[in-house]
Design a protein around this ligand. Structure first.
Ligand code: TA6
Length: 285
């Protein structure tokens, strides 16, 4: 059911009718490539990526679950991105992968859960992902989560993230102090690591140098993290190339400030749709 992808890791390659493709690894249910019909890669993967489970793949869309960052007692970003998921359904254009609690996961996080993630290549230049979490236990459970998407940019230093004007954010580089976004867009001229709270569900990454935008439409993921590691953190991060900060920005649809509390037996769902929109190239001066 799976094929061997990069790093000799198993996964599934999706092919849309228009020529779009995507690669999803069973390691982390990690979407690590999405090419639109024109063959252009839309997601960033590190030039120093290490394909060695349980290490998470650097790039694509790591799933942070059941904890975002250090918002709780678990390791950074929880454990879903480090686990092997099971392929539970597949068509040429979609794959569903499932992660269930195990005795080992319950030592870290004492809950019975079923997490189902689905990636679908849509018509046009769309890619849709859905995730559901079911509380299969008898006690309520609480989690935070993020789809930690690395958007490939021709030039991240010229990129803009729109849709956040007026939103409050927690600045993770300044003790998570709360501030308000006054700019029309977020640009990148230094390290940025912010948790925008209860944002619009319509955001976009404008890759100005690449003459294209990715529109992000999220549902039931109220928050949005914006991250670029900049120079020092790129150098200090073993599986990021020194210059990689110029090649991506992360915009992460998330539920962080208000953790999700799920009563026994209930299911929670979220969705993220990405759409690539091309712009006319600027007329050379
Ligand atoms: O989402 C932003 C963030 O939490 C940053 O603080 C940054 O360190 C990044 O994620 C990467 O985390 P990772 O555990 O993948 O190195």
């Amino acid at each position: 059911e799976t094929t061997t992808l990069r790093g000799e890791l198993p996964g599934v390659k999706l092919a849309g009718s228009t020529g779009a493709t995507a690669e999803v690894y069973t390691h982390g249910a990690h979407l690590a490539s999405w090419k639109t019909a024109d063959g252009v890669e839309q997601l960033f993967v590190s030039s120093d990526v290490v394909f060695k489970p349980p290490k998470a793949i650097r790039g694509g869309v790591p799933i942070c679950f059941p904890q975002f960052s250090d918002f709780g007692p678990l390791g950074q970003h929880g454990f879903a991105r480090n686990e092997t998921w099971e392929v539970t359904a597949r068509t040429p254009t979609s794959v569903q992968m499932t992660l269930r609690s195990t005795p080992a996961s319950k030592e870290k996080w004492p809950h019975d859960f079923v997490c189902v993630y689905e990636v679908m290549l849509g018509a046009g230049n769309h890619l849709k992902t859905t995730m559901s979490v079911t509380n299969a236990g008898i006690e309520p459970m609480t989690f935070t989560t993020a789809l930690h998407t690395y958007f490939r940019c021709d030039d991240a230093l010229a990129a803009k993230v729109t849709g956040l004007k007026g939103a409050s954010y927690l600045d993770s580089l300044d003790g998570r102090v709360r501030r308000e976004e006054i700019g029309e867009f977020v640009a990148f001229a230094e390290e940025v690591d912010r948790i925008y709270l209860s944002t619009s569900d319509a955001l976009a990454v404008e890759d100005v140098a690449g003459s294209r935008s990715i529109r992000i439409t999220k549902r039931n993921l109220p928050d949005a993290v914006v991250w670029n590691p900049w120079i020092e953190k790129s150098k200090a991060t073993g599986d990021l190339g020194d210059d990689d900060y110029k090649k991506f920005v992360c915009v992460e649809a998330a539920a962080i400030e208000t953790p999700v509390t799920l009563p026994a037996g209930e299911r929670w769902e979220c969705e993220q749709v990405l759409e690539c929109v091309k712009h006319a190239s600027p007329v050379p001066a």
